[in-house]
Design a binder for this molecule. Structure first.
Ligand code: ZN
Length: 244
């Protein structure tokens, strides 16, 4: 509910940009206990259409590009059993971990906009570590999202980054270098991907993956965006995975 372009537009743009494989990871819906309706994700009713559309494209384009079907999900403990059923039911290729909210977005605000205090940082920490420990996710999307709204990369942020990176190393989960964040945070005093976070990730020996997080299919046509991220991570000496 906050992207442009059809599913097929993304496939065409990825081919045009030189990609050999494209993973779709739209925001998962959640089967809420309340009548809450989120404004940034598809509804539960829309999920079959999402999967069917991608399956059809996967088949039709199989000679030109490999398509993987996934979802970007929070770790909502109360609803996670439902999510596991969904992954099985639709035979999804993978899910990634977007730590956007604490417990549920019915009650808690978006980490990317409201992490302005050390208390919110603590909720971010609790939530991201729990999600990583679950072992459900192929990688952690934008692990440094917290800095988007936090006033400055202070001691609390350094400590939090250490904990995230140590956990990622221990669990062997790649951390996503989120290319879309470079654009989203343009003009911010601080933003993600954050250089200090990535220095810590390098120091801890973490694995990384470059994620385009494209909300506009045209981002995929500019391969330099991907390439620049790879160069940046190489310079830091971080290992990069391309397949999950
Ligand atoms: Zn996200």
């Amino acid at each position: 509910m906050h992207a442009v372009g059809s599913d097929e537009d993304y496939v065409e743009s990825a081919i045009c940009g030189g990609y050999k494989e494209l993973g779709f990871s739209d925001h998962t819906p959640w089967l809420y206990e309340t009548d809450y309706v989120a404004d940034m994700r598809m509804t539960v009713e829309e999920l079959p259409d999402y999967v069917n559309s991608l399956k059809e494209l996967k088949d039709r384009y199989k000679d030109r590009i490999s398509i993987k079907i996934g979802l970007e999900c929070e770790y909502f403990e109360n609803y996670i059993t439902w999510l596991k059923e969904i992954v099985r039911k639709y035979d999804l290729d993978y899910i990634i971990f977007g730590n956007h909210f604490y417990k549920t977005d019915e009650q808690f605000p978006y980490f990317g906009r409201y992490t302005t205090t050390s208390e919110m940082l603590q909720l971010y920490e609790e939530s991201i570590l729990k999600g990583m420990e679950s072992g459900l996710f192929a990688y952690v999307a934008h692990p440094d999202l917290f800095i988007r709204s936090y006033p400055q990369f202070d001691e609390n942020c350094v400590n939090l980054s250490r904990k995230i990176c140590k956990k990622a190393r221990k669990m062997n989960i790649p951390l996503e270098y989120n290319v879309s964040g470079l654009e989203i945070c343009k003009g911010n005093k601080e933003g993600y991907p954050h250089p200090t976070f990535w220095k810590i990730a390098a120091d801890e020996g973490c694995l990384s993956i470059v994620g385009m997080d494209a909300h506009d299919n045209r981002c995929l046509e500019n391969y330099a965006l991907y390439d620049n991220a790879v160069k940046y991570l190489n310079k830091l000496g971080i290992r990069i995975v391309c397949n999950i």
